[in-house]
Design a binder for this molecule. Structure first.
Ligand code: CUK
Ligand code: CUA
Length: 672
């Protein structure tokens, strides 16, 4: 049903022709040439719009004719919009938002239904719902180190939470909170078979949401590496089988899970090993100065397989009901080691072979590459340069380091392709560095561990994402640069400018990377993204059977095939099917103060035949996809007459898909 092959070969065919045309005629598009493949009007357009050969190449490589599908889907985090965006590649068309941490009315997420996922209070809070998140790092589930297309995880930096999205219907099923910390950053990263979803905290705080003054920072403040156990069959994280490791009060940054020879290990960057506590107003150095004093911070090297054994043997303590391996136990049991890493690093990325960890130091022009075999040997030989103030053994830098490659200013994050190249974003240079991995799996034309090229991007790139670039078998071909600033790239639409996601063609070896497409994102700040071949996804077109509960991922207990209303002393329960173009029943009358439980089932079995449901004045809006049953529960506390209607324009008689919800006042008003 999807003609990827056809589309791909068409694209190659066309771009091949353009190359021929341009190389012969240089810029003389109008010149007569037998092989000229461009229709006259297209040539005229190229001229009129003053498109360069590169522009034309980019256009024909990314243009997606109507009805043709993309080869890849990119899942980009939405930053403090709290969502995830699904974007097709190479067309760079935004296909949908996935509501995760923030209510989203189009999907009926958080306005009466499908909200059990977000109803997740913050640690130490009073149970108040949190209505947004800061989604940073999406992680696709993996089988043997390759994306399997089943699940997507995403961390909430602002509240230390992790969400599980099922990729059969692109809906958020679960949000978990370890109740240890208020923020995270080293998440989500999955182990090669998705045994665990890794989440590392960022800013140190007393674990468990309790109070301690900043003067007790060293004694009471801590960090945590959380290992969430994932149950693939259930499609849920199991908090009861998950655990955390207590860490010193440094600020842990990004993390990655080992694979191949480094499987069983996890790596967390850190900064602020100075343990600065800020306080500009008290005459202390500001954080930006206090946290950048040391020449070296520590790469945290964690043996999670060993930690798993320690958890099994019961050597954990409970904090807010969550299993925690204490810092001392982690040291005693050989779970935690440090490796010095240069100056306030940001990203740590494990290479596809799993042999190397690439650390990018934001204040160091190099990337530093560590080797897992060297680290393992250093641990076995007790080749330590000492201990940190908390007693964590520090492996000698030279014993762990394999290479340092000077790339430029502000290196942040690294990705990999299928040719033996690594790519590192340079925030300050606004460029993507391509460099060679000295991995014997590949043979690059250039020397190992050398800078090959720098390609400018517009501007201030944070993360980059290569196609399947986090797996054991990266796909190559495309890389997306997630730029923080767009400055002059788009028409100005107010002082708040969009992010700029740029698509780069990385398929050719050597120094040529091409910027192919600029995608403005005017509804969030993507941090990281992962790109998966669309052929790996097994997305549902409609729900498997009528009466499907999307959140429970099974047939709903209550399926409204026939409209009816059941009234009891304490509640009114409505069973309501929806099908083009009516709801049944159309009149629902209750008494003020009664509890209302309303089940709506979309009986359609047709692709895209979504109905909506809204009760105006009761803050309720639902999206009910074909086959789905949703349930809304509320108290009819406001008397009056409330039309309800279908919010999706579903048919010619969509405006007639409506009804009246009548709430009778407790005491009828006296007649005058
Ligand atoms: S962070 Cu945003 S650019 Cu949260 Cu991965 Cu580096
Ligand atoms: Cu159903 Cu509009």
């Amino acid at each position: 049903m999807r003609s990827f092959k056809l589309k791909r070969s068409m694209t190659l065919f066309m771009s091949g022709f353009f190359f021929v045309a341009f190389s012969f005629g240089s810029l003389a598009f109008g010149a007569e040439k037998k092989a000229d493949p461009l229709p006259t009007d297209a040539m005229a357009m190229v001229k009129q719009r003053q498109l360069s050969p590169d522009d034309v190449y980019a256009a024909v490589s990314t243009f997606m004719p109507s009805g043709k599908y993309d080869d890849y889907i990119m899942f980009a985090s939405g930053g403090h919009s709290g969502q995830v965006f699904a974007i097709g590649l190479p067309s760079m068309r935004v296909l949908r938002t996935i509501a995760v941490f923030t209510p989203e009315p189009w999907q009926g997420y958080g306005y009466g239904v499908k909200e059990s996922a977000i109803a997740n209070p913050v640690v130490g809070g009073d149970g108040e719902k949190i209505l947004w998140g800061d989604s940073h790092h999406p992680a696709l589930s993996e089988t043997k180190g390759e994306y399997d297309g089943q699940f997507l995880f995403i961390g909430d930096k602002a509240h230390g939470r992790v969400a599980v999205i099922d990729l059969r219907d692109y809906e958020t099923k679960q949000i978990v909170n370890s109740n240890l910390v208020h923020n995270d950053h080293g998440g989500c990263f999955v182990t090669p078979d998705t045994e665990y979803v890794i989440e590392g905290s960022q800013y140190a705080e007393p674990l468990g949401g309790v109070y301690a003054p900043l003067s007790e920072y060293k004694e009471k403040y801590r960090a945590a590496a959380v290992f969430w156990k994932f149950n693939r069959d259930k499609g849920r994280i199991e908090p009861e089988n998950s655990f955390a490791i207590e860490l010193p009060p440094y600020w842990q940054d990004l993390a990655d899970a080992g694979k191949g020879p480094s499987d069983g290990w996890a790596f967390f960057n850190s900064f602020n090993t100075e343990m600065a506590t800020g306080g500009i107003e008290e005459g202390n150095p500001p954080f930006e100065a206090g946290t950048t004093q040391h020449d070296m911070d520590y790469l945290h090297v964690i043996n999670w397989k060993k930690a798993e054994e320690v958890v099994r043997s019961g050597k954990t303590t409970l904090i807010n009901n969550f299993k925690v391996i204490s810092l001392q136990t982690a040291i005693d049991e050989g779970i935690l080691y440090f490796v010095p890493e240069p100056k306030s690093p940001h990203g740590v990325d494990v290479t596809p072979s799993g042999k190397y960890m690439v650390v990018a130091g934001k204040l160091d022009p190099h990337v530093t590459v560590f080797g897992i075999e060297k680290i393992k040997k250093a641990i076995a030989d007790k080749d330590f340069e000492g201990k940190d103030p908390f007693g964590v053994p520090i492996i000698r830098f030279d014993s762990a380091m394999v290479a340092q490659v000077e790339l430029g200013l502000g290196p942040l994050h690294t990705q990999f392709d299928n040719q033996g190249y690594a790519y590192t974003s340079l925030f300050l240079d606004s460029a993507i560095a391509r460099w060679t991995l000295g991995d014997d799996k590949f043979k690059t034309p250039e020397k190992p561990w050398t800078l090959v090229s720098k390609t400018p991007v517009q501007f201030n790139v944070g993360h980059i994402a290569a196609a399947e670039g986090d797996t054991v078998n990266p796909a190559g071909q495309y890389l997306v640069s997630l730029n923080k600033w767009s400055v002059d790239r788009f028409s100005h639409i107010g002082p708040l400018l969009p992010q700029n996601l740029q698509l780069l063609d990385i398929s050719k070896p050597g120094d040529s990377l091409r910027v192919m497409y600029d995608l403005p994102i005017g509804f969030g700040e993507p941090h990281y993204a992962q790109i998966i071949k669309i052929s790996r996804l097994k997305t549902w077109d409609i729900y498997p059977e009528v009466g499907w509960d999307a959140l429970k991922q099974s047939k709903a207990e209550v399926t409204a095939l026939q409209g009816r209303i059941e009234k009891s002393a304490d509640k009114v329960e409505i069973f309501m099917p929806a099908i083009r173009s009516h709801f049944d029943p159309e009149h629902v009358e209750v008494e003020e103060g009664q509890k209302v439980v309303w089940h709506i089932t979309n009986l359609e079995r047709t692709l895209d035949a979504t109905h909506g449901f809204s009760i105006n004045g009761y803050n309720i809006v639902a999206s009910i996809e074909p086959g789905e049953t949703v349930t809304v529960e509320f108290t009819a506390k406001r008397p009056g007459v409330y039309p309800f209607y279908c919010v999706e324009f579903c048919s010619a008689l969509h405006l007639e898909m409506t009804g009246y919800f009548l709430v009778k006042p407790k005491q009828a008003p006296a007649n005058s």
